[in-house]
Design a protein around this ligand. Structure first.
Ligand code: LLP
Length: 414
């Protein structure tokens, strides 16, 4: 739950606002975002890396207002398309605080980045180095995405540091070294750093320590001055009761220690450290409210069907992600249920959870830890309109993204 969430009577109060009243005012499904939690996590990251740079992974919660909060808390922003860059521009984030990512950047993405003066572009293929070299004006700052070959022990779909997946230049094969030389050869590009991102929902600090060892080995062998080392994001967030948070303090201590040691050992200057957290800043700040529409007793289990589903949360279907759920308005003896969505697929399951035995149509459910990659991954499957994102703070609520309407849907059909 977001910081400071309270159960008052049987209601849930997030950011000082009652969930029952939020549902009545904004309808359901509704994605509630606690501003204080987001800002405080952003501040914690900034304080943990005072001499480094914390870059918010904008893909985890793309929304201009959220980008503004991040900028106000001193964070930079990573974008992975011209679309995310457009949101960043709308938010007023200056180009020098933006990093552009992506294994594919179309020429529109690259041109938009150059036009806005995006300070660092992270190149991910030899084709891109050549294309960017031709498009860029003198001195465009570039980082190179390296695949360090580190297994971050996470779901295969979000493990990006191992060999044999689409991201980065392989360290082991020598492609990373070759990429460094190619960038250096391009007169319009200036190599400022190396980047890697080993995956998402990473639990172990040791995975990052191993990454640092390998990256410093590359820095030492390339013979080029590397000013910045970007370790990417991936710091895990707890989704279920009893799961622990990422040890951020331990990360900062151990990663910095390893970096200093390895640089001394290889006699290279210590680069400036960058990290790119997304999920660990916003996940726990989000709560989705759903209305129960039907309860069906199956042969072996009870299905509680709600007014949202895989269109606002495809994560269980995509990654087997697990969520907890809570009924608002009543207590009572709990029994196991399967919360399902409204979409035309048997795989549209949101969570296995515990709800009061008398759960019925009209009840309000709250699902926590829905701040990261929910709004971002939402779709219009079955032409269901996407929910609003409602920010709460100090007892006030305001939509920072309005609910989609059928007019919005129809506007694009020709
Ligand atoms: N940096 C880069 C280059 C990335 O690709 C990502 C995430 C991040 C930073 C931030 O990672 P985070 O701190 O949020 O774990 N849709 C998936 C997650 C995909 C992550 C994509 N890249 C999910 O819902 O679990």
């Amino acid at each position: 739950w977001p910081d400071g969430t309270v159960l008052s009577g049987s209601d849930l109060v997030i950011g000082g606002v009652s969930a029952t009243r939020l549902a009545a005012r904004f309808g359901t499904p509704c994605q509630v975002l606690d501003e204080a939690t987001v800002r405080s996590r952003a501040r914690t990251f900034a304080a943990t890396l005072p001499d480094g740079e914390v870059v918010f992974a904008g893909k985890s919660l793309p929304c201009p207002e959220v980008y503004r909060w991040m900028a106000a808390e001193g964070l930079s922003l990573d974008v992975s398309s011209a679309g995310e860059l457009a949101l960043a521009r709308a938010a007023g984030v200056p180009g020098e605080r933006i990093v552009l990512h992506g294994n594919v950047k179309t020429s529109e993405d690259l041109k938009a980045a150059l036009e806005h003066g995006v300070s660092r572009i992270v190149v991910d293929s030899f084709d891109e180095i050549a294309q960017l070299g031709a498009l860029a004006r003198h001195g465009q700052q570039v980082m190179i995405r390296v695949t360090p070959g580190v297994d971050a022990v996470t779901h295969a779909a979000i493990a990006t540091g191992v060999e044999d997946q689409k991201f980065g230049f392989s360290l082991a094969s020598g492609a990373a070294l070759e990429a460094i030389l190619r960038v250096v050869e391009q007169p319009s590009l200036r190599l400022v750093g190396l980047h890697c991102h080993i995956g998402s929902q990473v639990r172990h600090v040791a995975s990052y320590e191993e990454t640092v060892r390998r990256m410093v080995g590359l820095i030492a062998s390339c013979g080029v001055r590397i000013e910045q080392l970007d370790l990417g994001g991936g710091f895990c967030a707890p989704y279920l009761p009893g799961e622990s948070s990422f040890d951020l303090f331990g990360f900062a201590q151990r990663v910095r220690g390893t970096l200093n040691y390895e640089c001394a050992l290889h006699r290279v200057p210590v680069p400036r450290l960058l990290i790119e957290p997304g999920r660990s800043i916003v996940a726990n700040a989000g709560v989705t409210l759903y209305r129960v529409c039907a309860v069906k007793r199956g042969v072996t289990r009870t299905f509680v069907a709600v007014d949202g589903g895989m269109s606002d949360n495809p994560r269980p279907a995509l990654y087997g992600a697990k969520y907890a759920v809570r009924l608002i308005g009543r207590g009572g003896a709990l029994r196991p249920v399967t919360v399902v969505g409204r979409h035309c697929e048997a795989g549209d399951v949101l969570a296995d959870g515990l709800l009061p035995a008398d759960v019925h149509a009209g009840d309000l459910l709250a699902m926590p830890v829905t701040g990261a990659y929910h709004h971002a991954l939402a779709s219009n499957y079955n032409q269901v309109c996407r929910p609003p994102v409602v920010a709460v703070r100090d007892g006030f609520a305001r939509p920072i993204m309005r609910r989609e309407t059928e007019e919005d849907l129809l506007r694009r059909y020709v």
